[in-house]
Design a protein around this ligand. Structure first.
Ligand SMILES: Cc1ncc(C[n+]2csc(CCOP(=O)(O)OP(=O)(O)O)c2C)c(N)n1
Length: 583
């Protein structure tokens, strides 16, 4: 018996099923899955540059005949959607399981999505575990399923399942002998002449899976009070059991395809069928499409955010037991860049420049928050560079009423991992189309936001194999950027002059690589700085948003917390009164 998170259980199940290849791009709440898989003996695991690459590497390995695990967060599945949809046509050979970990409530994501829609759209089965034991069991069996139907299988998790530890009984490890590979262009070369017959194979497989799902062991009917019958899956099942312990439940383990006969049989057993789910109406619509009458809850359940037992009780008009309310005098702890973070001064200087900053996803997105306030947009990985090009085009478009005003420079800001993920192709497109502007690559030598994973720009691989560190400067130069510089982002004057120089020319494309390690990689154990009596309370140091700096609400005088201060000296560079000194 083991205490495992859903992510750890998925990794263990893949290993026990004989998977020997793991491919991923990190993303909360999926990241620990591949980190756990990588620790098992005899497996090969790698961080890929992005999720599309991961699924393609995985598909190649599966085609060769081995069992493969690919992991990603929900938005990663958007990136991987292209190979996924056609992998449904080619099939797999060795079992291919793809974890898509959803983030209802957006604890660490730019949007909420329901990955089950992808299964439905790509005609790929979706298994939705409700705890770590099911995460283990479903993943373990998904390999057999994948090979039986010759199709990738999606394990759809969500933050509660991925990160909650429950007791897991594991089964004996299977010795999986890799399957033979034989060339078969009619199955693997998806040009129209071959894809058309494969489409018929896909549709036939769907019918076979629809038969299988009626009797598969992952869907179960739990009969209790028959007045209320709830259809649910995943984390929602746990919330339903807690909120409505007496209700009858049809718990779905397979959420695409749905067991139509089992659903109709459940409808016959209960007075009213309700569907409880979080983040989308995928299941509601899919159950309705089987002909089952789905009733509205007496009060509506929000489609925004995570579900909770309280929200379900309220939806059914049941009074909520009183909660102890949180103390109102607790200090707020908004997210902030760490003391010493090499991203900080870039945003401080960008906000001085009044630049239009197209941002991207990573720790540096926090540069959008006050007091730095140095970012205008953040949409998806890689979008900073392409959106900057779009802004340039739009701002220079003829006939603009506001074009006479002093033009604001357009600056894209992107992290090293994000640049490698999808910023590079955007930069190539901008250069190809003779775009102008400034691109800042914030190279903190790691993928900090998701827990300091390696990436091509630092050459650290998941299993610490010898690797190549991709030379960002050489790559950008080879692409043909007009001007390329490498600047120390801990040096305020250097940051200021590099940005000023780059943004002063409206026709050039400048790339500045701000290179300095994340403080969590190399914490400077320098003595902390202190504020001397020369402080005038001007508050400039506070505009850096360093968590170690506080201002007295009455006097405005600054102070530095010696425990948080890492001795980086960023603030001292901004003090005009020389009042910040190192001990
Ligand atoms: C498509 C997609 N995949 C993964 C993620 C999760 N994620 C957010 S930011 C990020 C990488 C951040 O690394 P980097 O660009 O180096 O910036 P840093 O956090 O180090 O400042 C990742 C993997 C995501 N948001 N979207």
């Amino acid at each position: 018996m083991n205490l495992l998170s859903g992510n750890e259980a998925i990794a263990r199940a893949a290993f026990d099923a004989g998977a020997t290849v793991g491919v991923a791009y990190p993303g909360t709440p999926s990241t620990e899955t591949m980190e756990a898989f990588a620790t098992f003996e005899g497996v090969y695991a790698e961080w890929c540059t992005n999720e599309k690459v991961a699924v393609e590497v995985g598909l190649g390995a599966a085609a060769s005949g081995v069992r493969v695990l690919a992991t990603m967060k929900h938005v990663g599945l958007n990136v991987a959607a292209d190979p996924l949809f056609t992998a449904s046509y080619t099939g797999v050979n060795g079992g291919f399981v793809i974890l898509a970990a959803d983030d209802p409530g957006m604890y660490s994501s730019q949007n909420e999505q329901d990955s089950q829609f992808y299964g439905q759209a790509a005609l790929v089965p979706v298994l939705s575990p409700s705890d770590a034991q099911e995460a283990y069991d479903f993943t373990r069996d998904a390999y057999g399923l994948s090979e039986r139907f010759d199709v990738p299988v999606i394990i759809r998790s969500s933050v509660r399942i991925s990160h909650t530890k429950t007791r897991v009984e594991v089964r004996e490890r299977e010795a999986f002998a890799p399957k033979a590979y034989e060339s078969n262009p009619a199955k693997w070369v998806m040009m129209p002449a071959f894809a058309k017959p494969r489409r018929l194979v896909v549709l036939k497989r769907v019918e076979e899976m629809r038969d299988w799902v009626e009797t598969c062991p992952y869907n179960r009917q739990e009969m209790r009070d028959r007045a209320i019958g709830i259809v649910c899956a995943g984390a929602s099942y746990q919330h339903v059991r807690e909120a409505l312990p007496d209700a009858s439940v049809l718990k779905l383990g397979v959420t695409w395809p749905l067991p139509e006969k089992a659903l109709r049989a459940f409808e016959d057993e209960v007075d009213r069928v309700y569907v409880i789910e979080e983040g989308s109406d995928y299941l509601t619509q899919a159950v309705k499409a089987t002909g089952v009458t789905v009733h509205e809850t007496p009060r509506p359940l929000s489609r925004a955010g995570e579900l909770s037992p309280g929200a379900i009780r309220t939806a059914f008009g049941i009074e909520e037991p009183p909660h102890r309310s949180m103390r109102s005098d607790l200090p707020g702890r908004p997210p902030a860049l760490c003391p010493g973070c090499p991203h900080r001064l870039v945003f401080r200087e960008l906000s001085r420049l009044r630049a239009i900053v197209t941002g991207d996803i990573g720790c540096y997105t926090l540069g959008a928050l006050p007091p730095l306030g140095g970012m205008d947009t953040c949409v998806c990985m890689g979008a900073s560079v392409s959106m900057a090009h779009g802004f340039e085009l739009g701002l220079k478009a003829p006939g603009r009423q506001d074009s006479a005003k002093r033009p604001r420079p357009v600056v894209a800001v992107i992290g090293d991992s994000t640049f490698m993920h999808s910023g590079l192709s955007s930069l190539v497109s901008t250069i190809y189309n003779a775009g102008a502007g400034t691109v800042c690559i914030l190279d903190n030598r790691t993928t900090a936001m998701t827990g300091r994973q390696g990436n091509p720009a630092n050459g650290v691989t998941l299993q610490h194999r010898t690797s190549h560190e991709i030379d960002l400067e050489a790559v950008v130069r080879a692409c043909g950027a007009d001007a390329v510089s490498v600047v120390d982002p801990q040096d305020a004057a250097a940051v200021r002059s590099a940005l000023k120089e780059a943004t002063s020319n409206g026709t050039r494309l400048d790339v500045i690589i701000f290179k300095s390690p994340c403080v969590l990689l190399e914490r400077k154990n320098e003595p902390p700085f202190t504020v001397t009596s020369a402080c005038t309370g001007c508050g400039v140091c506070a505009t850096l948003g360093c968590p170690a700096i506080a201002s007295d609400p009455e006097t405005g005088l600054s102070s530095i917390d010696p425990v948080q201060c890492c001795g980086c000296g960023q603030c001292a560079q901004y003090c005009r009164f020389d009042a910040i000194k190192q001990d």
